[in-house]
Design a protein around this ligand. Structure first.
Ligand code: GAR
Length: 192
């Protein structure tokens, strides 16, 4: 089992899906740390209640110095014995230094059918474009934001009258199924 660290910024529902999957001893990753850049992230409580070590590293304390924040994060990840990182609603853009340090060992979930709609407001942008479907993507993290190699995707229909909220509510359960599956695939690729 690879030592898994999950990085979050908020609710942590995808993190929860990963923690549940990892309760199976046959799952290829074992959570060793859940870390948040926001001390008030709801997901930290959920992780602590599940008995997983948690850590908050408030990016605001580092001002504009992104690398100082990331060095603190990197140190904590290394200390925890991290072998693979899953970004789960982690809303900080990572510097090339951090990405290079963890390249090939870090994955992310994004709420669109990449390469469409990198960045924010993905659901509203899919609706505005008149797309017939939306979805979610798990991908390796590379230097370009939301640009790394795709591991797995799931799609959902966009229905008449959809708002960003109704579309997000339809997509989220797909994320929760997709992410544990994609993380398992990523673990196999690392092992090879
Ligand atoms: C999820 O929908 C995830 O795909 C998205 O944030 C939400 C986090 O929810 N991620 C991004 O937008 C990354 N740019 P969660 O905290 O409940 O998992």
């Amino acid at each position: 089992r690879l030592n898994l660290a999950i990085l979050i910024s908020g609710r942590g529902s995808n993190m929860e899906a990963l923690l549940s999957a990892a309760e199976d001893p046959a799952y290829p990753a074992k959570p060793v740390l859940v870390a948040s850049n926001r001390p008030d992230a709801k997901g930290l409580e959920t992780a602590a209640a599940a008995g997983i070590p948690t850590l908050s590293i408030d990016h605001k304390l580092y001002g504009k110095d992104r690398e100082a924040f990331e060095r603190a994060l990197d140190e904590a990840l290394t200390k925890a014995g991290t072998e693979i990182i899953a970004l789960a609603g982690f809303m900080r853009v990572l510097t090339p230094w951090f990405v290079m340090r963890w390249e090939g060992r870090m994955i992310n979930i994004h709420p669109s059918l990449l390469p469409k709609y990198k960045g924010l407001d993905t659901h509203q942008r899919a609706i505005d474009a008149g797309d017939a479907e939306a979805g979610c993507t798990v991908h390796w993290v590379s230097a370009g934001v939301d640009e790394g190699e795709i591991i797995a995707q799931a799609s959902v229909p966009i229905l008449p009258g959809d708002t960003a909220d109704t579309l997000a509510a339809r997509t989220l359960p797909e994320e929760h199924t997709l992410y544990p599956r994609a993380l398992a695939l990523a673990c196999q690729q690392i092992r090879r």
